[in-house]
Design a protein around this ligand. Structure first.
Ligand code: M6R
Length: 364
C-alpha cells in the first residue's frame, strides 16, 4: 500500500496535489468559477457568529480558517481546542454555526463538544475525512474532505484538504453575506485551483529539505515563527516536529517573540521563519532580524522574492513558489511537513508510529 514510499507519512505528503485537487473539485464549480457547498437546510446568510472546535492539527487548520472567515465574510469566529471548550461550557450565540474539524470524525473531546453545541441549539457543521464517522452522521452540514485514508499518525494530507474546504467555506459565507462579488469569487476560485500545481512545486524541494535536515536534528529546541495565517502554520510545523522527531518545538506569533521567547535565543536554538511575500512579510522579517541580532540561527521559508530580500545570513533557506496569500498556508504546509519528516529520518525515529501516540484519540 505504501508503493515506492518508505513511509505512509511520506506517501501522504506526496499525495497532496492529487487529494487537494480532488477536494477542490467538489467545492468549486469550474464551469462558472463559483464556490459550491453541499445542500443545507438552513440559511447560511443568517449566520452572525461562528464557533470552531477541534484538536491537534485539525485545530490549527481551524485557526487558519478563522483568519479567512473573519477576513472574507467578516463573521466573528471563536475557536478553542475541544478539551477546553467542552468543560468551559461557553455561552453560545443565538443562531450560531458551530464547526467541528476532525480527520477521523471520532475524536472524543471534539465529539463531546459537538453534542454540547447541538444541545445548545447551534447549527452543526463538520469537516471530516471519514464519511461514515460519528461526527459525519451527527452534523447538520457535512463537509467531507476526500483526502482518502490517512495512515500516518502525523496528519498531513488531511490538513491541506481541511484548509481547502475552509477556504471554500469562507468564500461561500462571504458571497452569501454580500461581502464578495462575482469577480472576487472568481478570483478566489482561480487561486484555489492554482493550489495543486503550487503544491507540486513545493514538493520539488524535497531534496533541498532532506539535505538540510542534519542542521536541525541535533537541536534540543526549535522555534517556529509566523504571522497572520502563517502563525497557525508555525504551530503546525512545531507539532509535526515534536510528534515524529521528539525535538521540543514551539510555534509562536512572530510579534510575540519579544514578549518572552526571545530570551531562549542562542546559536543552539534554530528558528524556522515562515514568511511568504505579501502584506505581512516586512513585519515578520523585522522580527527575524531581532532573532538574528541575538545570535539566532534562522531557516527562512519564503519565495524567491522573499529570499532575495531577507535570505542572506540564514543558516538555510527553503524556496517556495510565489503564490497568492490565500493559498500560502496550503503550500507552506509542505516544507514544514517535509522538514519534520527528514529530521525524523536523520534521528531514526518511527515516523508512522511515533511513541505514545494513537491515530485517533477516542478517549478523553
Ligand atoms: O482525527 P482528528 O482530526 O480529530 O484528530 C485530531 C488530533 O488528534 C490530530 O490532529 C493529532 O494532533 C495528529 N497526530 C497531528 O499530526
Amino acid at each position: 500500500e505504501r508503493g515506492n514510499y518508505r513511509h505512509f507519512m511520506q506517501k501522504e505528503i506526496f499525495e497532496q496535489p492529487t487529494v487537494v485537487a480532488q477536494t477542490l473539485s467538489s467545492y468549486v464549480r469550474q464551469a462558472d468559477q463559483t464556490v459550491a457547498l453541499p445542500q443545507m437546510d438552513f440559511d447560511l446568510s443568517s449566520i452572525e457568529r461562528m464557533t470552531i472546535v477541534a484538536c491537534g492539527t485539525s485545530y490549527y487548520a481551524g485557526m487558519v480558517g478563522k483568519y479567512w472567515i473573519e477576513e472574507f465574510a467578516r463573521v466573528p469566529v471563536d475557536i478553542d481546542v475541544a478539551s477546553e471548550f467542552r468543560y468551559r461550557e461557553p455561552p453560545l450565540p443565538k443562531g450560531g454555526l458551530a464547526l467541528f474539524i476532525s480527520q477521523s470524525g471520532e475524536t472524543a473531546d471534539t465529539l463531546a463538544a459537538l453534542r454540547y453545541c447541538k444541545a445548545q441549539g447551534q447549527t452543526i457543521a463538520a469537516i471530516v475525512n471519514v464519511p461514515t464517522s460519528t461526527m459525519a452522521r451527527e452534523a447538520d452540514l457535512l463537509l467531507p474532505i476526500h483526502a482518502g485514508p490517512e495512515i500516518g499518525v502525523a496528519s498531513t494530507k488531511a490538513f491541506t484538504c481541511q484548509l481547502a474546504v475552509l477556504a471554500a467555506l469562507a468564500a461561500k459565507l462571504a458571497v452569501v453575506k454580500g461581502g464578495m462579488d462575482r469577480a472576487e469569487e472568481q478570483e478566489v476560485v482561480r487561486h484555489l485551483l492554482e493550489a495543486p500545481a503550487a503544491l507540486n512545486s513545493a514538493l520539488d524541494h524535497d531534496d533541498d529539505i532532506a539535505a538540510m535536515a542534519h542542521l536541525i536534528a541535533p537541536a534540543r529546541d526549535v522555534l517556529y515563527l509566523g504571522r497572520g495565517p502563517d502563525y497557525p502554520m508555525a504551530m503546525e510545523g512545531a507539532l509535526k516536529l515534536k510528534e515524529i522527531s521528539y525535538i521540543h518545538a514551539e510555534g509562536y506569533a512572530s510579534g510575540e517573540m519579544k514578549h518572552g521567547p526571545i530570551a531562549l535565543i542562542d546559536e543552539h536554538v534554530p528558528v524556522i521563519v515562515i514568511a511568504p511575500s505579501g502584506p505581512l512579510f516586512e513585519k515578520t522579517v523585522s522580527n527575524m532580524q531581532e532573532v538574528r541580532a541575538r545570535g539566532g540561527k534562522i531557516v527562512l521559508i519564503s519565495d524567491r522574492e522573499g529570499l532575495e530580500e531577507a535570505g542572506e545570513g540564514c543558516l538555510a533557506t527553503i524556496e517556495m513558489p510565489r503564490v497568492h496569500p490565500l493559498i500560502a498556508p496550503l503550500v507552506y504546509a509542505v516544507p514544514v511537513q517535509l522538514l519534520a519528516y527528514h529530521v525524523a529520518l536523520v534521528k531514526g525515529t518511527d515516523v508512522d508510529q511515533p511513541r505514545n501516540l494513537a491515530k485517533s484519540v477516542t478517549v478523553e
